[in-house]
Design a protein. Structure first.
Length: 326
């Protein structure tokens, strides 16, 4: 049985080298990393905003995933829109496969009516991916009795330098919003960056995202007015045949936010966050409820930090989006 498992790992490693086609990393605190969700969010807060995100997925597995993200965005009155910058690094299998992306974003805000506005965003970036072949195993390394004792003659194993691939990357998005409702759509990897190694022609499939949400304020005509609200949300993502549906809601009371989501019937997401206005910190935990149970996977941990700076350039008529912070 152990040899069968090893063979599966070997086959998967070889397949990744020659015909790599993957899905993008997914964050569970969707709105704590808004530029990753939709580039049209750039500048939507108005004043300068910094976001840091860390995700550790399935920590009990030896080849787990660790993903880091950092972003900055701000609205500029003289260009009627926002400018944003985002960088993301994904580490798979303890450095076996590493992916880094950076992007510069511009968004434009259009006031359609007194109560409804639209933002359009475009991202231009760079994609870089490496594979450390020294950490791979191949079938010609196996002895039926003694296990992995031979050196591989596979061309991929004999190359001294790690494999790498890099390419231009682009994306776009749109947001429509009113005082208590918003919806959006985004498309990432429109240029289909090449990610294959050796002589392969595999490209990153386009990731489509649709999302919408609302804010329902509670406790009107009482001391709780404007302090308590419920924010139901739905997020749908599609990439290369893989579909992901996230349905959930946040409950906000004063500076505290609690969230509960269901992802594809295989994970239950719980989150807790504190937002003081200028500083934000959040934590979420994904409970695995699929056949890969939570005990084996260890679930997924995610931490977010945010810093909102004051500014004097935000127009008085500027409208922000009533979306969650986590």
């Amino acid at each position: 049985m152990k040899n069968v498992k090893k063979f599966v790992v070997i086959f998967a490693s070889i397949f990744a080298i020659h015909t790599a086609v993957a899905q993008d990393p997914t964050f569970s605190q969707f709105y704590a990393n808004p530029l990753y969700l939709n580039p049209a969010f750039a500048g939507s807060h108005g004043c300068p905003r910094f976001n840091l995100n860390y995700r550790n997925e399935w920590p009990n597995l030896s080849g787990n995933y660790k993903t880091y993200s950092a972003s900055y965005d701000q609205h500029f009155k003289n260009i009627s829109g926002g400018i944003g910058f985002i960088a993301m690094h994904d580490n798979q299998g303890v450095g076996t496969i590493e992916t880094t992306t950076i992007g510069l974003i511009y968004s434009y805000q259009l006031k359609v009516t007194r109560k409804f506005s639209v933002r359009f965003g475009a991202k231009a970036g760079y994609f870089f991916k490496t594979l450390d072949n020294s950490k791979l195993t191949f079938n010609d390394m196996i002895d039926p009795r003694k296990g992995f004792i031979y050196s591989s003659k596979d061309p991929a194993a004999m190359q001294s330098e790690p494999f790498s691939s890099n390419s231009f990357d682009a994306g776009a998005g749109v947001l429509g919003f009113s005082k208590s409702f918003f919806f959006g759509f985004s498309a990432h990897h429109l240029t289909r960056p090449k990610e294959s190694f050796l002589n392969g022609n595999a490209t990153i499939p386009i990731r489509f995202t649709g999302h919408m949400g609302a804010e329902i304020r509670l406790g009107s005509k009482s001391k709780f007015e404007n302090q308590t609200s419920i924010m139901p949300n739905i997020i749908y993502q599609y990439q290369n045949g893989f579909q992901e549906i996230n349905i959930g809601t946040y409950v906000r009371y004063s500076s505290f936010t609690f969230g509960a989501w269901l992802r594809n019937k295989d994970a239950f997401i719980l989150s807790l966050g504190i937002n003081t206005g200028s500083f934000r910190i959040g934590y979420s935990y994904d409970i695995t409820v699929s056949k890969l149970n939570n005990r084996d996977s260890g679930g997924s941990h995610e931490v977010s930090l945010g810093l909102n700076l004051n500014c004097k350039s935000k127009p008085k008529a500027f409208k922000t989006i009533s979306c969650p912070s986590f």
